[in-house]
Write a protein that binds this ligand. Sequence first.
Ligand SMILES: NC(=O)c1ccc[n+]([C@@H]2O[C@H](COP(=O)([O-])OP(=O)(O)OC[C@H]3O[C@@H](n4cnc5c(N)ncnc54)[C@H](OP(=O)(O)O)[C@@H]3O)[C@@H](O)[C@H]2O)c1
Length: 235
Amino acid sequence: MGVGKKPRVCVVGASGKLGRYMVGHLLGRGYEVVGVCREQSVGKLAAFEGSMTVVPGATDDREVIGRAVAGCDGVLTVLVPWGVRQYATGTAQAVLDLAPPGARLVFSCGWHISRDGKDVYGPLFRAALAVGGVLARWARFADLRDQVEACRRIFASDTRWTVVRGSALEEGESQGLPVWSRHVGDPVLRSNRTRRTDFALFMVAALTDDALVREAPAIVGRRTPSALAHGAVDG
Ligand SMILES: NC(=O)c1ccc[n+]([C@@H]2O[C@H](COP(=O)([O-])OP(=O)(O)OC[C@H]3O[C@@H](n4cnc5c(N)ncnc54)[C@H](OP(=O)(O)O)[C@@H]3O)[C@@H](O)[C@H]2O)c1
């Protein structure tokens, strides 16, 4: 992050649930915030009016992203799972291509993304993914292959990226910074639950955590039974 000036961070997909939590955490930590969201969703950022800059537009529009990330020290990107027109891939590529050299790039996705094929998924997770994936594509509601391709491009890039892989999410008070593991299947992750506000917290904390550069941490809530049982945090 830049020294001597207020670091500037762009949130791509700022109006969604995760996006708004990230904006809140960033503002609370003194960052200057630029948010990109679809034109019809600008009203969802009303609570932050006057404290952030909003760039309306599709997050896969290269002109929109180019304007929004200019001068940014970091970019937090929601890889949107919805739609069947490669929206997440277009968003990721635009951020990779247009963010200033050296900027910290942090992307969100789910556990189903695997960087090295060493993640171990339970039968229920695999079945839900297979059936859900087919149904979502059939209904033209979502295409999980889009997030897979988006992440393949991120993993291949020589930027300073982190891909944060979220477990199942829930609302509720913060439990603190989630714990993480390189691989799904690690017992510490077994609870498969993270508060959405804490997913956002992890994304923001990754901006200044160089140990996470070119890592794809899979996260789980800090106070979940699996995190506590496996000694990831003090009881
Ligand atoms: N939900 C989960 O249980 C879960 C689990 C693991 C990981 N994740 C990851 O968490 C991140 C966000 O999750 P979330 O629950 O906070 O999602 P969310 O609130 O539904 O927001 C996701 C984003 O999708 C956009 N969006 C919705 N419909 C769209 C469409 N048809 N075309 C283009 N954009 C559209 C929203 O923009 P608008 O504000 O403009 O609608 C928003 O920026 C994603 O990276 C996801 O992969 C989620």
